[in-house]
Structures are given as C-alpha cells and as structure tokens.
Design a protein around this ligand. Structure first.
Ligand SMILES: Nc1ncnc2c1ncn2[C@@H]1O[C@H](COP(=O)(O)OP(=O)(O)OP(=O)(O)O)[C@@H](O)[C@H]1O
Ligand SMILES: [Mg+2]
Length: 389
C-alpha cells in the first residue's frame, strides 16, 4: 500500500450519484418496494481534523461491477436500492459533526497534516509486548496494529504476532489469512519456526506479521495435550529474535485468558492493556491482574505491566473523562499521556486492509497512535532482555 488516498468513484455526469438512504431501524433491507429517493444526501463533515474538502471519500474495497458507479444509483426499474459494497458510515460519525478537535496537544516531531514520521529511538533490546484484555472489543487489535505500524514507520523493525483466531490483526495489516494460510497455528502446534511463516505487511517497511487464520481456534484445545504447552511461543520467539534483529514485537491476544493468551504472557516481557473509555472499563482488569501475578510468580518473572492505553475516548461525554481519570488513578505510571479518540477513520481502516496511519494519515486517530508510539519508544527499553531470560 502506498499510503495514498484512493481516488473518487467516478460517476456519469448525466446520472448523478445517489447516496444510500438512511438505514432502516432494523438495519435490514426494506420489506416492501421502496420509492427511490433521488436526493443527494449532503456528505457529513466527518471528523474535525479530517482531510479538507478536496479529499474524497475512498471507494469501497469490494470490486464494483464493470459499470463501476452503477451500484450507487437508484434502480428505477425495480424501485429498490442496491446498497453500495464496502463499509457503511457508523452512527457516531454523524455525531462527530462540528466538534472541536480532541483536546490533545500536537505530538512533538509528528506534525499534523504530514505523512512524515519522525524517526524513533530503537530500544537496547527487543521489547516484546503482549496486548491483552479478556474483555472483548476494547481495542486490542486496533492498538496492536497501529502502534506496530507507527513504530515501523518511525524506522524500527517490528513483528506482529496474530494470536487471535479471528485474524483481525492480519486483516488490518493487509496480509493473507484465509483458512489454511500457515502462521501462528503451525508455530504453536506444528513446531514450525516463526521465520518460515512471517510475511511483510504492505503497511510499512520493516513490519512483519505472523498471520492467524481460523485454524488457530483449534490450538486452544490441542495445546492442552502438548508438552510444555505454555512455553511454545516463547521458544519460537527466542529463536526468531536470535536470528532476526527486531526492535518491537506485539502479540495481539484473543479476548480470553486461555492457553493462547498464556503463551503470550510467557513469551512477552511487557504487558500493554488497552482500556476502553466506557462504563465497565475496569471490569475484568482485576482478573487480568490476578492472571498476570500468577504468570509472573510461576512462569515469567520478567513480565511487567508497563503500558495502559486509553482507547475510544469520546471527548463529548463526561463518562469518558471520568473513566480516563479512574484508570489514571489506578495505573498512574503505566497509562500513556496520550489518549486514542473514538474515530470513524480508525474503525473504517481495517475494512480496507489498512491501519489508520495509511488510510487517513492526518486524522485525529492516526495522529494519536503516532503520538502513543512515540511515547512508548521514548519510555525506553524493556527492563530485561530476551537474552537474559
Ligand atoms: N478509537 C476507535 N474509534 C472507533 N472505533 C474503534 C476504535 N478502536 C477500535 N475501534 C473499533 O472497535 C471494534 C473493536 O476494536 P478491536 O477489534 O481493536 O478490539 P479487540 O479488543 O481487539 O476486540 P476482540 O476482543 O474481539 O479481539 C472494531 O470494530 C474497531 O474498528
Ligand atoms: Mg482483537
């Protein structure tokens, strides 16, 4: 991916494009025939720091028919709309209209509105992050892929290990992960070397991915009967790091505390917990902390919780600010100063097989992840090195 914005969908001048009508409350297709509404809905302004007007909406990722724009027009003969392929705008996009930018200072060295990323300092030894939170949908994958891409764009060598059978990190980093694609499963169960199955991500030079396919779902059960079942990833990663100089490793975990996550906790030396700035944010974190304490006591004494990232921060709600404050009280030293805002661009990016850094480099979401990556890089190296383990 070259990081450029996709061009506009071409329309025939005589037949103006018609936007999709407002979704029905049930989110399904209308039950009966629908009168075609030929009005062109005004484009919502989007995020406060979105691209200027000259920046067109990118086309949907799915291939349109040979006529290209035909799917965006009302079909007068059937009196029904054909929905355009690709992602729809999320509800909260409309609510973002006219809002002031997230009250975060511009990141030092990463000026807004440019794609240039300041080069980042390399750690003294590889830093291996496990990105964990057994609560689902809190931004583990989004944080893993965007931080990894930001660090790689900063000139560092980064490996992302997709440890979730959903394969979301593989999707967001634009790498193949259809069933049968070799990756994490082969490493954990088959004993393959990581180097055999890593693939470069088109998102950034120096960014490698060990993909996960749905095959990995079986690993959770198969690992039960495997010798040294909680050390499989650690061993493979040690071998990889010995032969492949790497600055950062991010292990994207599934939303559970099973054997997959346990392998990650044993293989890593730092824990990064994304916490969504919503109600129940801290629910489950105490259980995660108990698991971490068990692991550090029995299996990996080098493991440290070093980083908490506040995600999906909605500056309009008092609740988000309260949650952020509560998290900062609990994890004063670990919580990054920067906050990841709730952003349509962030949520849209994976459906194009991209991180927000290449999808909308100037958006608030991209800038916040660049800034978070910079903060992580500047915090220095991990307390211990892989070689010492
Ligand atoms: N800052 C954000 N603004 C808006 N949407 C976001 C943001 N971060 C994540 N999302 C969206 O929220 C959803 C959940 O995010 P993500 O997949 O990263 O969470 P997760 O913790 O990895 O989920 P799971 O537990 O299923 O692995 C995704 O649809 C993602 O695109
Ligand atoms: Mg995930």
């Amino acid at each position: 991916m070259d990081g450029g914005q996709p061009g506009p969908v071409e329309g025939t001048p005589a037949q103006p494009l018609v936007e999709d009508p407002a979704p029905s409350p049930s989110h399904g297709e209308p039950a009966g025939p629908v009168e075609p509404d030929l009005r062109v809905d005004p484009e919502p302004p989007g995020e406060p720091d979105d691209q200027p007007q000259s920046q067109p909406e990118p086309p949907p990722p799915a291939q349109p028919g040979p006529s290209g724009s035909s799917v965006l027009r009302a079909d007068a003969s059937t009196k029904a709309f054909v929905r355009p392929p690709g992602p729809r705008r999320a509800k909260f996009d409309e609510a973002e209209e006219g809002l002031p930018p997230v009250a975060e200072p511009s990141p030092a060295g990463v000026p807004r509105g440019t794609r240039a990323v300041a080069s980042l300092p390399a750690p003294a030894a590889p830093r291996v992050f496990v990105v964990a939170n057994q609560k689902g949908g809190v931004g583990k994958t989004t944080t893993s892929v965007n931080l990894a891409a930001a660090l790689a764009l900063g000139g560092l060598s980064v490996l992302v290990i997709d440890l979730d059978p959903q394969g979301n990190a593989s999707t967001a980093l634009g790498v193949e992960h259809s069933p049968g694609t070799p990756g994490t499963y082969e490493v954990l169960i088959g004993g393959s070397a990581i180097a055999e199955h890593v693939v470069p991500s088109p998102e950034a030079p120096g960014l490698q991915v060990l993909p996960a396919s749905i095959d990995l779902a079986a690993a959770e059960i198969e690992l039960v009967s495997v010798v040294a079942r909680e050390n499989r990833l650690l061993r493979a990663l040690r071998t990889y790091l010995a032969g492949h100089p790497t600055d950062y490793v991010f292990i994207d975990c599934p939303p559970s505390l099973g054997l997959l996550t346990l392998n990650a906790l044993v293989a890593a030396n730092e824990i990064l917990i994304p916490i969504q700035c919503e109600y129940y944010a801290l629910e489950g974190v105490s259980q995660l902390m108990r698991t971490i304490n068990l692991v550090t006591g029995e299996l990996n004494q080098d493991l440290r919780l070093t980083t908490v990232v506040l995600t999906m921060f909605d500056a309009r709600t008092r609740l988000a600010a309260q949650v952020a404050q509560e998290v900062r009280t609990h994890f004063a030293a670990e919580t990054l100063p920067s906050v990841i805002p709730r952003s349509v661009r962030i949520s849209e990016a994976p459906s194009y097989g991209q991180t927000v850094l290449t999808y909308h480099p100037d958006s608030a979401g991209a800038v916040s992840y660049l800034k978070a990556a910079q903060e992580i890089a500047l915090r220095g190296a991990a307390p211990t090195t892989q070689e010492n383990r």
